[in-house]
Design a protein around this ligand. Structure first.
Ligand code: GDP
Ligand code: IMO
Ligand code: MG
Length: 438
């Protein structure tokens, strides 16, 4: 029998609207757990016109009955965490009761940001266009077995020794390589020791908590951050983030085994966006890109950077569905295409004169892709008020049917606006979720 669990993740380069979809679906889950990334994520939820942007805290926290968990796969900046929970407290969210943080999550420290900022602008280094939150250097230290976990942050002696040793090493490296001004370990210790005390009440063994919840028959949703093409293993390396954003990350990032994963739901925009550097085969370089950017308000929730816009990329979606074992797709931002008379959709790639359907591993291959487009007819009417599949114009249904046929997964939900109620749930998906919960 399937566990009452679902992984929700991004199928593209992030910002697919995961926050909104997790919020909509969290109404039928007891627990929502974040499994990867850190405060590089920006998940927007709009409830009755009120906007919330969550970075580290899972979106499920906005439902008073939902337990929220930050899993061990996350890199946690204690200062960013405290800022975020204080904001949520001010908004009336009961974070103190609802939220738990893994004792095994890695901690982002000040020198991680220092090293990242210096490295990103250093001559001869490959600029990734990161969010400058110290994410990459924190995961580097984790893999080098040189990181500090939340449980270690709570141990004052260990924290002091760790900061002294790390500052000696990082200050030397940053000064030698980038001429960076050194950080003061004594001040750093004071700041982080104080933050640790505020964090302490939230900390627990979340792997045990989650497995116990599943044993008790509770339902758990695993909230992904970033997207498949930003995954450290499967994305457009090196233009990726440093974590496992794909479905596999949900198991390593929470301590819940693969046999306990009920289903995988991937969120895809009806087109594609990307923030930061890196190859983007279907990127639009003419005025149509500006239309998508304007209608979709495509500016980063965290950094405010404009998002690059492109047409729907079906080889990319097929690749994402393969890597994640996606069962259900949620198509968001369909309304952004409402004005267009014709909509190009990429159905294949041409590389060096040869047609291919697979995602090349090398960046040079990705950069030389010539997308092969099929032109679909636009519906040129508003979908924002649609609340059931039958409310959609026939040409919008045709667009969705084409997407589903070509992507090897079933569409379960469609989103036609940022608000909670601008969502269409397909009957088969509703039934599948109900069966999962039975
Ligand atoms: P996430 O990182 O995947 O959670 O996505 P973001 O929150 O960073 O970006 C998605 C943006 O699109 C947010 O501003 C959402 O409010 C908005 N959004 C989500 N779904 C829809 C939709 O169906 N239509 C429109 N127009 N906006 C949407
Ligand atoms: P959500 O969860 C979009 C991008 C950055 C950069 C690259 C590496 O909101 O979808 P990092 O700071 O992680 O080392 O940056 O990854 N990036 C995102 N792009 N949405 C995100 O998160 C992202 N998180 C990281 O722009 O290109
Ligand atoms: Mg985002």
């Amino acid at each position: 029998m399937r566990a009452k669990t679902a992984i929700i993740l991004g199928a593209q380069w992030g910002d697919e609207g995961k926050g909104k979809i997790v919020d909509v679906l969290s109404g039928s889950f007891d627990v929502v757990a974040r499994y990867a990334g850190g405060h590089n994520a920006g998940h927007t939820v709009i409830i009755g016109g009120k906007k919330f942007i969550l970075q580290l805290v899972p979106c499920g926290v906005l439902r008073p009955d939902c337990q929220a968990v930050i899993g061990n796969g996350v890199v946690l900046d204690p200062m960013a965490f405290l800022k975020e929970i204080n904001k949520l407290r001010d908004l009336g969210v009961d974070v103190d009761t609802q939220l738990k943080v893994s004792n095994r999550a890695q901690v982002i420290l000040e020198y991680h940001r220092m090293i990242e900022l210096a490295a990103e602008s250093a001559p001869g280094r490959q600029k990734i266009g990161t969010t400058s939150r110290g994410i990459g250097p924190a995961y580097e230290d984790k893999s080098a077995r040189n990181g500090l976990r939340v449980v270690d942050l709570l141990n004052k002696d260990l924290l002091k020794t760790h900061i002294e040793n790390a500052c000696r090493e990082k200050n030397t490296i940053a000064q030698a390589l980038f001429g960076t001004h050194p950080l003061d370990p004594a001040k750093m210790y004071d700041d982080y020791a104080a933050a640790a005390e505020q964090l302490r009440p939230f900390v627990t063994d979340t792997a045990s908590l989650l497995n116990r919840a599943i044993d008790e028959g509770k339902s758990v949703m695993f909230e992904g951050a970033q997207g498949t093409m930003l995954d450290i293993d499967h994305g457009t390396y090196p233009f990726v983030t440093s974590s496992s954003a794909t479905a596999g990350g949900a198991t390593t990032g929470t301590g819940v085994g693969p046999t306990r994963m009920g289903t995988v739901i991937a969120v895809t925009k009806a087109y594609v966006t990307r923030v930061g550097e890196g190859p983007f085969p279907t990127e639009i370089h003419d005025d149509a890109g500006a239309v998508l950017q304007r209608r979709g308000a495509e500016f980063g929730a965290v950094t405010g950077r404009p998002r690059r816009c492109g047409w729907l990329d079906l080889p990319l979606l097929r690749y994402s569905n393969m890597i994640n074992g996606t069962e259900w797709l949620v198509v968001t931002k369909l309304d952004v295409l409402d004005e267009l008379a014709t909509i190009p959709v990429c159905v294949g790639y041409e590389i060096d004169g040869k047609r291919t359907d697979t995602m090349p591993a090398d960046v040079r291959g990705l950069e030389s892709i010539k997308p092969i487009y099929t032109m679909l007819q636009g519906w040129q009417q508003s979908t924002e008020q649609a609340r059931s599949y039958d409310d959609l114009p026939q040409l919008a249904k045709d667009y969705l049917y084409f997407l589903e046929q070509e992507s090897n997964a079933r569409i379960g939900m469609i989103s036609t606006g940022p608000d909670r109620d601008q969502t269409i749930e397909l009957p088969a998906f509703r039934t599948a979720l109900r069966t999962l919960h039975a």
